[in-house]
Design a protein around this ligand. Structure first.
Ligand code: SF4
Length: 431
């Protein structure tokens, strides 16, 4: 059966890239197939093959039967930033911001922060990367320090990842890079939450890490910087976690360096396929991922992984939605409510949420302002249950008031966490 790989022209923040190949072109793994058009990033083929289709959204390549890990190297460059541009490096943690733009900052009195928090509970590939290839991340930090002039750096990682921390301590030879152990709560990986934990300051929702003299880069992004500079390797492979209701069991399966464009269906099949009846296939993490059709989901430069869940419970009654800025949005909550058979009677947002340039932003991610008002509002609208997407701290405060008002709570991650035997987001210890 022919193997097709799909490369969306927008795997990053900014404008879609412009295809520079034509249907019928023979392509080698590593070859550039689309150039940036303003803010954006180049896209390279992850396979040897032939261009089958080009639409305004994607390039489809029919892969040769025999593939190899070899790749066409990016050209030699004069500067570190040019290597990052040529390699098409973008934030691998999900946002996809073009990395060369971040590296253009000049912060001689500032800091590089390696975001190795891996905030989404089901995903394990970032920590696995550190445990097995710490040098890729550390060298990426040093390159980022060189590009920006930053004199110091922090590696932000959850304290619970003891093995990864031990490996980092053994590998680190640079006394300008410090490990910062963070608490295990959601959304500890949010950039402003990390900056608050390290420096004790809250940036406003409309401010960027640069306003605190920081450039924050995900661990896998840093590894991609190292690969771009040392191996002249473009971003053609992605680290992922495949987990959930699989015939091989519900434990996480880490896949390092899967070719971009691979179908998620083939990755799920690698682990025996879906184990019987299921609820959703979520692409990304439990908090921020979205349910997608398994037949039309492809690995991109920002994919986190795939989670197959148990069926959602039925709740065919009035439901109220409480939306968080750092968890998932109203659209996702409506999707979950619909799948439960619920009738949505009202929607409210966490009072810490501000809309900045059309995007939900939290004033103090992970620090709850109290949720009583929102729950009373939804109860008064006739809600018999609330569906929430809140952070750990806010879920605690919801649990302090909703049950007293006889309003049961469903967190939108519940069916995911039940699938993988993870503690539900309810009353959680905050230390
Ligand atoms: S304080 Fe509110 S908006 Fe912020 S992370 Fe918690 S639930 Fe989300």
């Amino acid at each position: 059966m022919e193997k097709l790989y799909k490369f969306p022209l927008k795997m990053h923040i900014g404008k879609p890239a412009k295809a520079i190949v034509e249907v019928g072109d023979v392509i080698k793994r590593g070859e550039c197939i689309a150039n940036e058009d303003g803010l954006g990033a180049k896209i390279h083929s992850s396979v040897n093959g032939v261009v089958r289709k080009i639409t305004k959204n994607l390039i489809e390549i029919k892969a040769d039967e025999i593939q190899s890990s070899e790749f066409v190297k990016i050209k030699e460059c004069d500067s570190l930033i040019d290597y990052v541009i040529e390699a098409g490096v973008v934030g691998a943690g999900g946002a996809g911001f073009p990395t060369h733009v971040k590296l253009q900052a000049k912060i001689p009195k500032g800091y590089i922060i390696a975001n190795c928090v891996e905030c989404e509970p089901a995903l394990k590939h970032n920590v696995y990367l550190i445990e097995n290839y710490p040098q890729l991340v550390i060298k990426g930090i040093e390159y980022a320090m060189e590009a920006t002039g930053a004199q110091r750096a922090y590696i932000a990682i959850k304290g619970k990842n003891k093995r990864a921390i031990e490996v980092l301590k053994k590998t680190l030879k640079n006394n300008k890079i410090e490990i910062k152990e963070l608490r295990d709560m959601y959304p500890m990986g949010e950039e402003r939450a990390i900056i608050h934990e390290i420096f004790g300051i809250w940036l406003r929702p409309d401010q960027l890490p640069l306003d605190a003299n920081c450039v924050v880069l995900n661990g896998e992004t840093l590894a991609n910087i190292t690969r771009a500079v040392d191996e002249r390797k473009p971003v053609i492979d992605k680290d992922l976690t495949i987990i959930g209701k699989l015939k091989s069991g519900n434990k996480p399966n880490v896949e390092l360096q899967v070719p971009v464009g691979t179908s998620f269906k083939s990755l799920i099949e690698k682990y025996g396929g879906i184990d019987g009846e299921y609820g959703e296939v979520i692409i990304g993490g439990p908090y921020t991922g979205n349910a997608q059709n398994i037949n039309s989901s492809w690995v991109t430069k920002t994919s986190g992984g795939a989670i197959v869940t148990i069926p959602l419970p039925k709740f065919e009654d009035n439901m109220g939605l409480l939306v968080c800025a750092c968890g998932n949005d109203e659209e996702r909550l409506r999707d979950v409510a619909k799948k439960m058979g619920a009738n949505v009677v009202g929607v409210t947002k966490c009072k810490n949420l501000e809309v900045i340039r059309g995007v939900n932003k939290c004033k103090t991610p992970g620090h709850c302002p109290g949720q009583v008002q929102g729950i009373i509002y939804l109860k008064n609208l006739g809600a018999k249950r609330v569906l929430i997407s809140n952070c750990s701290d806010c879920s605690n405060t919801v649990m302090c008031c909703a049950p007293k008002m006889s309003i049961p709570v469903y967190h939108h991650t519940d069916h995911v966490f039940r699938t993988i035997d993870h503690t539900l987001t309810r009353r959680l210890p905050m230390e």
